[in-house]
Design a protein around this ligand. Structure first.
Ligand SMILES: Nc1ncnc2c1ncn2[C@@H]1O[C@H](COP(=O)(O)OP(=O)(O)O)[C@@H](O)[C@H]1O
Ligand SMILES: [Mg+2]
Length: 263
């Protein structure tokens, strides 16, 4: 039975999509079977994975009950497009609307080791669906003064999901992204986040670099485009696997890190 991880934040631009894309890449390099689910109507993850924009069915069809999740996997991704915005409106009035994704992913989660869900840039119904479908929630926080506020809002929604429909949901941690730790601003944001979330903050921060925009545009993983920067995500993957208790995969990621450092 695969582990399902929802990657979320209260707003856009915190590195969610980049995190899903790159973690998927690291985990696949150590032979884990990863399914990535694009749950944002903007479809950035689908673009980043270079999924054909005409690929069908998509996650919108899955949520609308027109397709099974297993039939919507295109090259390891269940893609999304603007139709997801319509699908969200359509499910909003339904009974059990928060449970739709959980039910839909039931069959596919058995076929993969890890399912990563890329949430939209808000804490609305789609993100709630992701939290109800997930075993773990991973928060991203951009290196800004308001990072903490966003994390606190996301934590409230996690608590609601746990108190209500998904008591087994665990909070995996917070990753600090797009960080320029040479600036006082970034360092202060990191310190205040650490003070409030303590050990939930991953030790690995994701450094800021223009290379991320380039790699997204070319649909090339940062691990290939700039392995020196990709090392941040390799370090994050090690911590994630550690927290998931997947020790042998963690060791393989360690070897990957050593190979990359030596190259
Ligand atoms: N570490 C980083 N340094 C600089 N830019 C980044 C970094 N990570 C992501 N970006 C860029 O920031 C923007 C937002 O990232 P994205 O992963 O799409 O965030 P979200 O999914 O939370 O909206 C994108 O243009 C992306 O290429
Ligand atoms: Mg995104």
């Amino acid at each position: 039975m695969g582990v399902v991880i929802a990657v979320l934040s209260q707003k856009g631009g915190t590195g969610k999509t980049t995190t899903v894309r790159t973690l998927a890449d690291v985990l696949r390099r150590v032979s884990l079977d990863v399914l990535a689910v694009d749950l944002d109507p903007q479809g950035n993850l689908s673009d980043y994975f270079d999924v054909d924009p005409e690929a069908s069915p998509t996650i919108a069809d899955v949520l609308a009950g027109r397709a099974a999740a297993a039939g919507a996997v295109h090259g390891g991704v269940i893609p999304s497009n603007l139709q997801l915005a319509e699908a969200e409106l359509a499910i909003a009035g339904k009974m059990g609307r928060e449970l739709i994704l959980r039910k839909a992913l039931k069959d596919v989660r058995e076929r993969h080791d890890v399912v990563l869900i890329d949430c939209p840039p808000n804490l609305g119904l789609l993100t709630v669906n992701a939290l109800v479908a997930a075993d773990h929630a991973l928060l991203t926080a951009e290196a800004q003064y308001f990072a903490l506020q966003g994390v606190e809002q996301a934590l409230e929604v996690i608590t609601l999901a746990r108190d209500g429909l998904n008591p087994d949901l665990e909070w995996l941690g917070v990753v600090f992204t797009i960080a320029d730790l040479r600036t006082k601003h970034s360092r202060e944001a990191l310190a205040s986040l650490r003070e409030h979330v303590g050990g939930k903050l991953f030790t690995a921060s994701i450094r800021q670099s223009i290379a991320y925009a380039e790699s997204a545009e070319r649909a090339v993983s940062i691990l290939d485009h700039r392995p020196d920067l990709g090392a941040d995500y390799v370090a994050l993957a090690e911590e994630v696997l550690d927290r998931l208790g997947l020790a042998s995969s963690r060791r393989r990621v360690r070897s990957l890190a050593e190979e990359m450092a030596a190259a």
